[in-house]
Design a protein around this ligand. Structure first.
Ligand code: NAD
Length: 372
């Protein structure tokens, strides 16, 4: 496909200076009803920064900015720890995905991505779909996870598998054995990741406690896995061996942590800690926490593989996702030795890799949308 620069006359890209971020751009296109922010946090480990496009009706521009900054920083750390050779970025479109998402809006956003000439590659995220990525791909090749012949497909099963492996590592560090057999595991959120994780855990012998705002979904899965159902207001404080947050961010903070009745936390949700320092509260309560940007990297590993020069290979993605187990055990060991929280240990490891260029990409990339 041939791509050209923007044809949108009223597309504006305006740089916002933010300390510690490589580039933050406010994108607006009044004609298309677009207000968006693209945040490139760091490209220290790869010329291309990868991160999803979140479509959400944020109450204010400031809240959208805060979210995109936090998410893009986490992408840098996630990519650094997973060793994929990409930088970290994220984008948000301030819109209701149910009522305001349309082709014109996505085209305008895509043209902004195209203007960045590959510094940023977008992907599916909360509020956006594979079909939306296909729409974006009509205007720019700098998008992954589109439904084409060379696509990596749905990232969620890889995220779920990485989370499962991370749960095994967390059980090993907390209980001395990595078997989930007979362990009581509470899952908050049974969406694309949580429902697949429930399946992996069921077959490995776990006793499941399930919760979701979608009552029908919970009932179906509770029957399937003979699980206990707990109300969404109670799930995070339910007594269990391990809590797996797979819905929302910001659930772990000074108000909720004292009420937790789990011994470990390992789930896929992004930004589970309201702030990094909340990890110290968890450590003080001997609750072992799997840093989210380490355990939920399976999806990133899989979409990143789509850009490898030899084309997408699910076996490579599986191998790298498998390694989340060892990475987490290393982080737990460092945290124990240094008497730090696991979040501090993971952040220190990511910062070390970024500072010294560990895992920096040397292999070239190939953008499948340019060839299919
Ligand atoms: P999803 O939207 O498919 O599922 C989220 C589920 O959580 C839905 O079933 C929703 O009904 C439920 N939910 C919402 N609020 C809830 C609440 N208060 N209590 C209980 N359940 C609630 O999302 P997903 O793709 O499964 O992702 C889940 C989390 O994992 C998100 O935080 C996402 O950012 C993160 N994550 C996902 C991937 C991926 O590959 N999909 C990768 C990395 C991180």
């Amino acid at each position: 496909m041939n791509y050209s620069l923007s044809t949108q006359k009223d597309l504006h890209l305006e740089t916002i200076d933010i300390d510690g971020f490589e580039r933050v751009i406010k994108v607006s296109c009044p004609k298309a009803g677009l207000t968006s922010i693209i945040a490139i946090h760091s490209r220290a480990l790869g010329n291309v920064a990868l991160g999803g496009t979140r479509i959400q009706p944020y109450p204010s521009f400031e809240q959208a900015l805060e979210d995109v900054l936090r998410l893009s920083r986490a992408m840098t750390y996630k990519a650094a720890i997973a060793g994929v050779g990409f930088g970290g970025a994220k984008s948000v479109i301030i819109a209701d995905p149910k009522t305001q998402k349309n082709e014109e809006l996505l085209f305008a956003f895509a043209e902004a991505v195209q203007q960045l000439e590959g510094a940023y590659v977008c992907a599916e995220d909360v509020g956006s779909t594979l079909e939306d990525m296909a729409t974006i791909a009509k205007k720019t090749p700098f998008v992954v996870g589109t439904p084409h012949a060379e696509s990596s497909g749905n990232p969620s099963p890889f995220t779920a598998w990485g989370t499962f492996r991370g749960i095994q590592a967390t059980l090993k560090a907390r209980f001395g054995c990595d078997s989930v057999e007979g362990k009581t595991i509470a899952i908050q959120g049974l969406g694309s990741v949580g429902s697949v994780l429930a399946d992996y855990l069921f077959w490995a012998g776990a006793k499941l406690i399930l919760s979701d705002i979608d009552q029908k979904k919970v009932e179906i899965l509770a029957k399937k896995y003979r699980a206990r159902v707990v109300d969404t207001k109670e799930i995070w404080k339910t007594e269990c061996d391990l809590l797996a947050p797979c819905a929302l961010g910001g659930i772990l903070h000074s108000q909720t942590i004292p009420q937790l009745r789990c011994k470990a936390i390992a789930g896929a949700a992004n930004n589970q800690l309201l702030s990094d320092k909340d990890s110290i509260l968890l450590r003080n309560r001997s609750i072992l926490y799997a840093p989210d940007f380490v355990i939920n990297a399976g999806g990133l590993i899989n979409v990143a593989a789509e850009l490898e020069i030899n084309g997408y290979d699910p076996l490579l993605s599986r191998q790298k996702t498998h390694e989340i187990y060892d990475t987490l055990l290393t982080i737990y060991e460092i945290a124990e030795k240094k008497q730090q929280s696991t979040q501090e240990a993971a952040l220190a490891l990511a910062s070390y890799r970024l500072r010294y260029g560990v895992g920096k990409r040397t292999a070239p990339l190939r953008f499948p949308c340019l060839t299919v």
